[in-house]
Design a protein around this ligand. Structure first.
Ligand code: NAP
Length: 239
């Protein structure tokens, strides 16, 4: 049963990792629509009860934006309180140089898709005076082994700053930069963090910091060990 203060929340990349951890945290209080590249059958059983799911493959950025808008309509929503554009990939560069294909894929999935999705979702967010949340990374400042990934996240950072001013008074915009978390993204990227992985935060802790940063609408916000050690996963505003 959804309570009176429940929100309609879209989370892209909501079938795994940080997106799924956030979805699980919010599922009891809010109405959720999740998206990903995998089919409905592939994700059946992994999503929180009651959450809707829409396939939106971001390797075709334009089609993914249309799929989200269609998915929202089919789910019966005529507005959106929160859009958390979280889906992302990394591809480790071989010898520090990304291939043209890897660069294009990374920028399409992480940056262009998010930009086109933000544009497509604007009318729905505006209707609800909602919040657009872009999930960046601490790597937006630059990171060896994943230069195209770092560029995509720097792009999101700049895009969020521009949009925050452009949409002022209509839709709140924020960018959140998580630090390293124990999800499968590194393995999928072909990058082995080795013993460093022991220092990565748990997805649930990053998700808790994401939730309170979303509730506060602050931007930009870094969600890493420093915030965690200051109690960031346990204090702060409740979403
Ligand atoms: N984990 C970290 O250390 C870390 C640190 C900083 C920032 N981040 C950022 O946090 C976000 C989530 O990362 P994560 O660690 O949770 O990664 P993850 O566990 O690998 O999950 C990635 C999510 O993105 C979706 N996705 C990937 N490619 C897609 C595509 N082409 N179209 C649609 N959806 C696609 C995946 O859906 P499918 O399973 O259907 O492909 C999955 O739901 C990303 O933006 C990432 O850059 C992560």
């Amino acid at each position: 049963m959804i309570g009176a203060r429940s929100r309609r929340i879209l989370i892209t990349g909501g079938n795994a990792g940080l997106g799924l951890a956030l979805a699980k945290k919010l599922a009891r209080r809010h109405s959720l629509l999740l998206s990903g590249r995998k089919s409905q059958n592939e994700v059946a059983g992994t999503l929180p009860p009651g959450a809707g799911y829409v396939v939106a493959d971001q390797s075709d950025p334009e089609k993914s934006a249309l799929a989200l808008v269609r998915g929202i309509r089919d789910f019966g929503w005529d507005g959106l309180d929160n859009a958390v554009l979280n889906a992302g990939i990394g591809i480790a560069a071989v010898d520090g140089v990304d291939s043209a294909e890897a660069i294009r894929q990374t920028l399409d999935v992480n940056l262009l898709a998010a930009i086109l999705q933000a544009r497509a979702l604007f009318p729905l967010l505006k209707k609800s005076s909602g919040t657009l949340t872009l999930i960046g990374s601490v790597a937006h400042k630059g990171s060896a082994t994943i230069p195209a990934y770092a560029a995509s996240k720097a792009g999101l950072h700049g895009f969020a700053r521009a949009l925050r001013s452009e949409w002022k008074g209509q839709v709140a915009v924020q960018v959140l930069h998580p630090g390293p978390a124990k999800t499968d993204i590194h393995e999928k990227a072909g990058y082995d963090p080795g013993r460093m992985r022991a220092l990565f935060l748990a997805p649930d802790d990053i998700a808790a910091m994401m939730a309170s940063a979303i509730a506060s609408r602050r931007s930009p916000a870094t969600l890493s060990w420093v915030r965690y050690l200051n109690g960031g996963a346990f204090t702060g505003r409740r979403l």
